[in-house]
Design a protein around this ligand. Structure first.
Ligand code: NAP
Length: 299
């Protein structure tokens, strides 16, 4: 339980509703900043203005998926007011406080490190990334269906990168009856792909493997789908790039050649905000409980 723990949510989107629900269910005292348009009547949940004083007794701060921008601004779907996190806010937190976000920009990292406040980037964690790979793969399939006139079943599909997202997506496509090729960079990934009944190849040789591809999914956060690769892709193919901005595709050249290519960021929050919210809520409440237990035991 989170009895006696104060949790502050600053901004966010539909995913935060699950976090609020879970924290409240576990008996935390929840303070919401930037949720003016949200109706709530539950006891233990209050709304406040974002001032340093309001953060003085907070044990955990929960920020949206992308914590702040480079100026400290925090997005909130539930408020039209500006929400900005500054040095004064972080300095007001108790020293044991933890800040949670999906991924942090240098601005937030620097504020936390200057004040010695713990920062946890949830999307960096293996468990969160693996859970998130499920709605990501479903979102990628949705985009493929929306943007093609063929079935995934029987398609020549290719997944670049065989990490947490790539492996889940490759298996999802295989389960739908696609012929799946996976681009890997290590022998152990190659071996795993063979074991899973897929056709692996090393991405250095990507150009020689793309001539028949229908659906090309990239999960590698580096420029891999280069102009030379795109020049060898059939015109009918589509490229769905899941890697974090700016993706790993030469979008300029794809447009020039008339190959449909799209960057598809933030799929879990788009296709399954409730599930994505639960993934975040379950993980961060476990971490807060474990931290509170350690502090109680003086560890
Ligand atoms: P990950 O587990 O690190 O997977 C990336 C994989 O690419 C790793 O296995 C990495 O190998 C491999 N790789 C790197 N360079 C390569 C190359 N030249 N050739 C072949 N493989 C290469 O990361 P992830 O969690 O799957 O996430 C992948 C990307 O998707 C990230 O940019 C992430 O931010 C993004 N993402 C997007 C969404 C969305 O909604 N669009 C959702 C989740 C994640 P090593 O193991 O050797 O590093």
């Amino acid at each position: 339980m989170l009895t006696g723990i104060q949790v502050a949510l600053i901004g966010g989107d539909a995913r935060q509703l699950e976090v609020i629900h879970k924290c409240s269910e576990l008996d935390a005292s929840v303070v919401l900043f930037g949720f003016d348009n949200l109706q709530n009547g539950s006891s233990g949940i209050t709304k406040a203005e974002l001032t340093p004083e309001a953060l003085q007794a907070v044990d955990a701060v929960i920020l949206p998926a992308v914590g702040t921008d480079d100026q400290g601004n925090v997005d909130s779907l539930f408020s039209s007011k500006e929400l900005r996190l500054t040095h004064e806010h972080i300095a007001a937190l108790p020293k044991h406080a933890i800040i949670f976000t999906g991924m942090a920009k240098p601005y937030l990292r620097e504020l936390c490190s200057n004040e010695g406040i713990g920062l946890i980037e949830l999307f960096d964690r293996d468990d969160v990334a693996i859970y998130n790979s499920i709605p990501t793969a479903e979102g990628a399939v949705m985009m493929a269906i929306q943007n093609t006139d063929i079935t995934i079943h029987g398609s020549e599909s290719m997944v670049l990168g065989f990490g947490r997202t790539g492996a889940t997506l490759a298996r999802t496509l295989q389960g739908m009856g696609a012929k799946v090729r996976v681009g890997v960079n290590k022998p152990e990934y190659y071996a795993r792909a063979i074991e899973m009944g897929m056709n692996p190849f090393y991405t250095q040789e990507l150009i020689s493997h793309v001539s028949q591809v229908d659906l090309l999914f990239n999960t590698i956060p580096a420029m891999v789908v280069t102009a030379q690769v795109i020049a060898n892709i059939p015109h009918r193919a589509i490229i769905i790039d899941l890697a974090s901005r700016p993706g790993g595709t030469d979008f300029r050249y794809a447009e020039k050649r008339g190959v449909k290519a799209m960057l598809a960021p933030g799929l879990p929050g788009i296709v399954a905000p409730k599930t994505a919210g639960r993934i975040i809520a379950d993980t961060l409440t476990r971490i807060i409980m474990e931290d509170a237990r350690r502090r109680r035991n003086g560890e």
